[in-house]
Design a protein around this ligand. Structure first.
Ligand SMILES: [Zn+2]
Length: 508
C-alpha cells in the first residue's frame, strides 16, 4: 500500500524580531501534526521559514548599519535555534530572499500577468507598516490601526499594480461551498464567508519607490507587495517551478497552519492567486488562536514577550509542548502562565503519568524480575484493553480533525483508568496472597501494555520524554514505531523493563 502524502506548512516569520512564545505555539502545533502523520506511516513534508522582504526588516537593518541581506543572515540562527530547542522537526526551512523563492515569485507573476489579472492603477489609502497592509478608513480606531496603536499609519498615494481579486469572488464562493473543510475551525470559515458576501475588491500588490523586495518584471522601480511575495513560499518550498517531480508529489498542501490575524491573506488572496496562476488550491487552512501571558496580550511594554529558549532552559521542551497543546483549544485563544504550567507539570505529568510509569516499572522489577508474560487466558473485557481501544479511535479522529487537545484528552482517559486499575487491583496485596503470583503478572502485563499505547500516542506531543519512557519499558527505539504496531493489545514477549530516572522530577 502506498503511504499517504502529507504536506504541512506554518506561516513564515518576519525576521525583524526574535521568535517568542506566540510564534512557538504555532510551530509546536504544526510539529505535533507532522509527527502524528509520520507515526501514522504517512510520507510527510513539513515546511517552515522566514519572511524577509518586509519594510520592517529593511528598517531594522538600516538602524544597525547593515545591508538587509546580512541582517537576515544574522537573524536566521535565532529562529533555527529556537525551533531546535523546542524539537520542532521541520523538513525544510525556506527564506524568501533566496533564489529558489525568487524564481517561484517571478513565475507566478508571469502567469497571473499573462491572464490579465494584474493591472496598473492609482492607489490611495492608509498603510500600516506594522501589519504590512492597507487599513480601510472604517477599521481605524481614532486614526490608528487596531493592532498598532503606537504608530500612525502612513497616507499613501501612488501608482500601483493591482491584482484582480474581485474577479475570483464567485470562484471562491463556489470553492467554499464545495469544500467545507477548506477553512477550519468553522467560526473562521463563517467569518470569511461574511467577507466574501460583502464582496471582494482588487488589491494593490506593489509599492512604488521601495528599495527592498522583489522587483516587478520590466519595472525595477516597483517592488512586489510583501504578502503577495511571501505566500508563494508554500509553492517554492516543494520545488515550484523548477522541480516538477517534487511539486507533483507534494502539492497541493494538505494543511497551512496560520494565526487568526492572517486569515484573509491565506483564505481569500492566496486561493485567488492560485486560481489566477492555474494551480490547485490547498486542502485546508487551519487557524489557531492567540496566546496571552498571565491574561495580558503579548507586548514588549508589558514584558510579556517570552523567549522560548528561556522557558526551555527552565522546563525542557516537552512540558512546554504539552502545556500549550493540552491547555489551549486549537482555534481559540488561550493563556500561558507559570502557575498553571507548574500545576500541569506536577499533576498531569508528574503524578498522573510519571508516577504511573514509575510504579508499574517498580512492581514489575520487584515481583516479576522485570518481565511480564502474556496471561494464559486473556480477559477480553479487561478495563485497560477496553479503554485503550476507545482511545485509539478517538485519538485518530481528533488528530485528523486538527485537534491536538482532543487527542491528548483521549489518551488521558487511559492514564486515569490505569491509575484507578492500580488501586483496584493492588498488586502489592495480591503478591502476598497464596498463588497470587499469576494474578500479579496479569495485572502488570495489562498495565505495561496500556503504558506502551499511552507513551506512543503521546510521542508526537512529547518526543523526548516519551522516547525515554519507551526505553524504560524495555521496548527500544520509539522513532521506528508506527501506529499499526498498536493495532493489537499485546505487550511484546520476553521484554525486560529498565527502570530509569523519573521522567518529570519534582521541582523545588
Ligand atoms: Zn497595524
Amino acid at each position: 500500500m502506498n503511504a499517504r502524502k502529507f504536506y504541512i506548512t506554518t506561516a513564515i516569520d518576519y525576521v525583524n524580531a526574535r521568535p517568542h512564545l506566540g510564534t512557538a505555539y504555532e510551530k509546536i502545533g504544526a510539529d505535533v501534526l507532522a509527527r502524528y502523520h509520520r507515526f501514522a506511516g504517512d510520507d510527510v513534508f513539513f515546511l517552515m521559514g522566514n519572511d524577509e522582504h518586509s519594510q520592517n526588516v529593511a528598517t531594522a537593518a538600516e538602524k544597525l548599519g547593515l545591508d538587509p541581506h546580512t541582517y537576515c543572515d544574522r537573524m536566521e540562527p535565532h529562529f533555527r535555534e529556537a525551533w531546535a530547542a523546542l524539537d520542532v522537526s521541520f523538513d525544510d526551512f525556506i527564506r524568501t530572499t533566496k533564489p529558489r523563492h525568487l524564481a517561484a515569485v517571478s513565475e507566478i507573476l508571469k502567469r497571473v500577468m499573462a491572464r490579465g489579472d494584474i493591472y496598473k492603477g492609482k492607489y490611495e489609502g492608509w498603510y500600516c507598516v506594522g501589519c504590512e497592509a492597507f487599513v480601510p478608513e472604517k477599521d481605524l480606531v481614532e486614526g490608528f490601526c487596531k493592532n498598532h496603536g503606537n504608530r500612525k499609519p502612513d497616507w499613501i498615494s501612488e501608482e500601483n499594480y493591482f491584482f484582480r481579486l474581485s474577479k475570483y469572488e464567485q470562484a471562491l464562493k463556489d470553492h467554499y461551498a464545495a469544500h467545507p473543510e477548506f477553512v477550519r475551525p468553522t467560526p473562521f470559515r463563517n467569518e470569511l464567508l461574511a467577507v466574501l458576501k460583502d464582496g471582494l475588491r482588487d488589491i494593490s500588490i506593489s509599492r512604488e519607490g521601495a528599495t527592498w523586495g522583489v522587483s516587478f518584471p520590466d519595472d525595477p522601480n516597483a517592488r512586489v507587495y510583501v504578502w503577495f511575495d511571501a505566500l508563494i513560499n508554500y509553492l517554492a518550498g516543494v520545488g515550484f517551478p523548477a522541480d516538477d517531480e517534487s511539486f507533483a508529489k507534494w502539492w497541493p498542501a494538505d494543511v497551512h497552519v496560520v494565526g487568526k490575524d492572517i486569515t484573509r491573506f491565506h483564505c481569500l488572496v492566496w486561493p485567488a492567486m492560485l486560481l489566477a496562476a492555474g494551480i490547485e488550491l490547498p486542502k485546508t487552512v487551519s487557524v489557531h488562536g492567540f496566546l496571552s501571558v498571565d491574561g495580558q496580550k503579548l507586548s514588549k511594554s508589558l514584558g510579556t514577550i517570552i523567549d522560548p529558549a528561556v522557558e526551555v532552559a527552565e522546563w525542557g521542551p516537552d512540558p512546554i509542548r504539552y502545556f500549550l497543546m493540552r491547555e489551549m483549544s486549537w482555534g481559540r485563544d488561550g493563556d500561558y502562565s507559570h502557575e498553571r504550567l507548574a500545576g500541569r507539570y506536577e499533576h498531569d505529568l508528574g503524578n498522573d503519568l510519571g508516577n504511573l510509569l514509575n510504579r508499574v516499572l517498580n512492581m514489575t522489577g520487584r515481583y516479576l524480575e522485570g518481565t511480564a508474560t502474556a496471561p494464559a487466558s486473556p480477559d477480553p473485557e479487561n478495563p485497560l484493553r477496553t479503554a485503550t481501544q476507545a482511545c485509539r479511535e478517538s485519538y485518530v479522529t481528533k488528530m485528523e480533525a486538527l485537534d491536538p487537545q482532543g487527542a491528548i484528552l483521549a489518551v488521558w482517559d487511559v492514564v486515569t483508568r490505569a491509575n484507578a486499575y492500580v488501586e483496584e487491583t493492588a498488586p502489592w496485596k495480591l503478591a502476598k496472597e497464596e498463588g497470587g503470583a499469576g494474578k500479579v503478572n496479569d495485572v502488570l502485563w495489562h498495565l505495561l501494555e496500556a503504558l506502551r499505547h499511552i507513551v506512543c500516542y503521546l510521542y508526537p506531543v512529547m518526543p523526548r520524554k516519551m522516547a525515554e519512557a519507551y526505553g524504560q519499558l524495555g521496548l527500544g527505539d520509539i522513532a521506528t514505531v508506527r501506529f499499526s504496531d498498536l493495532s493489537s493489545f499485546a505487550f511484546p514477549e520476553g521484554i525486560t523493563v529498565m527502570k530509569g530516572q523519573p521522567l518529570f522530577p519534582r521541582k523545588e
